[in-house]
Design a protein around this ligand. Structure first.
Ligand SMILES: *Cc1c(COP(=O)(O)O)cnc(C)c1O
Length: 371
């Protein structure tokens, strides 16, 4: 009998969430963001599950070329976008061979691609910096890159792309305004080229009707596909109609009674003020549970909500069973997912659901439901 922790991946929920993204996008193309092993959910299983829902113009976005090649070799024919392009010009022949779409976010990439001798013309995404100040071309670089790419025999189509830093911010409406203005300014300076645009992450896709539903404005939703709200403080995943895809479950492997003033776990980070009944769950930070989750982080036991106590250990967490005298050793514990939104656990731990999902450890066995 192995350790009782498991991650259940519900592929029907993934498809349900993707269909919600399609509804928001209307005729705009939707590139499902499956980077980081599909945010910890498993790249190939998620890509196969989504395939039947994808229209011809929809695609998959990744940052890992190995994953992109694996998807091609498994027979996926949809467009595959590499969000950071290539890291070394040596990857360019592979990009051509596997018909991947590189993002070009800096002039080094633009020059390298133009210099490469390619057997076929390839489509590119040209990434513009409109205020995130992470990746993307400046105004002057954009003018140069556009003229180089337009005259290059290596390039088939050019799509312009930018990424929003504040589409999830509390004040609805201001989140994308400045970046959209800078984008319009860049486009105007370039003579308003009639090029398709790829703009919206999950937050922008849900929130900004002006940049969705427009056939030239492609979307790149990630977190919403996995059932996380892109702005959990304002709207929960459930309110958005999203379903959890990953449910992390384990079991109680011990139960004990402690007295008033007893301390729990490393550093005695929790002290009981009264006699308590506590449970020990086989789940710790080496499984991907956030070590920073403080006392009070929600957890479900036999479907009922309670809280964690004290420090998260490598393999265990302690939880409060004082109000649950009926619960016995072996009881099912949900750390997040069905019945307990990952967003709530993330917010208690001062992080975001993205990080919880991506941190799921390799030692956690995965079970999959498809229908
Ligand atoms: C990760 C990523 C996304 C997806 O963002 P979500 O907030 O998960 O929807 C979209 N675009 C780019 C460039 C990304 O890196």
């Amino acid at each position: 009998m192995s350790r009782p922790i498991q991650a259940h991946i519900d592929l029907a929920a993934l498809r349900h969430n993707f269909n919600i993204a399609l509804t928001y996008a209307e005729s705009a193309s939707v590139f499902a963001v499956l980077k980081a092993n599909a945010y910890g959910h498993g790249l190939s299983r998620c890509a196969s599950a989504l395939r039947p829902c994808m229209r011809n113009t929809d695609g998959i976005a990744l940052v890992e070329i190995e994953g992109a090649i694996a998807l091609r070799e498994s027979g996926i024919r949809h467009p595959i976008l590499l969000l950071e392009g290539f890291y070394d010009p040596e990857e360019i022949p592979l990009i051509a061979e596997y018909q991947l779409i590189p993002t070009l976010h800096c002039m080094e990439q633009v020059h390298a691609l133009i210099r490469a001798a390619l057997p076929v013309r390839i489509p590119v995404y040209l990434k513009l910096n409109t205020g995130m100040n992470r990746l993307g071309l400046t105004h002057d670089e954009f003018m140069l890159a556009l003229s180089l790419l337009k005259t290059s025999r290596q390039i088939s189509t050019i799509t312009l792309m930018t990424h929003f830093s504040d589409a999830d911010c509390a004040a609805e409406g201001v989140g994308i305004t400045m970046q959209m203005q800078r984008l319009q300014h860049l486009l105007h300076a370039a003579g308003n080229p009639e090029l398709p645009l790829s703009l919206a992450n999950s937050a922008a896709l849900i929130r900004y009707p002006e940049i969705r539903g427009n056939p030239v404005y492609g979307a790149r939703p990630g977190i919403m596909l996995y059932g996380g709200s892109p702005f959990p403080e304002q709207q929960s995943a459930m309110e958005l109609g999203l379903q959890p895809v990953m449910t992390l479950v384990s079991k109680l492997i011990a139960i004990r009674d402690i007295a008033a003033n007893d301390r729990v776990g490393y550093s005695g980070a929790f002290t009981a003020h009264e006699p308590m009944r506590i449970g020990i769950v086989a789940c710790g930070y080496a499984d991907g549970y956030p070590r920073h989750a403080p006392t009070g982080t929600p957890v479900l036991v036999d479907g009922l909500r309670t809280r964690t106590l004290g420090r998260v250990s490598m393999d265990k967490i302690c939880i409060d069973l004082t109000a649950m005298p009926h619960v016995t050793q072996g009881a099912r514990v949900v750390l997040w997912g069905q019945g307990l939104p990952a967003d709530e656990v993330a917010s208690a731990s001062k992080t975001i659901s993205y990080e919880l999902f991506c941190a799921l450890a390799a030692r956690v066995p995965v079970t999959v439901t498809a229908a």
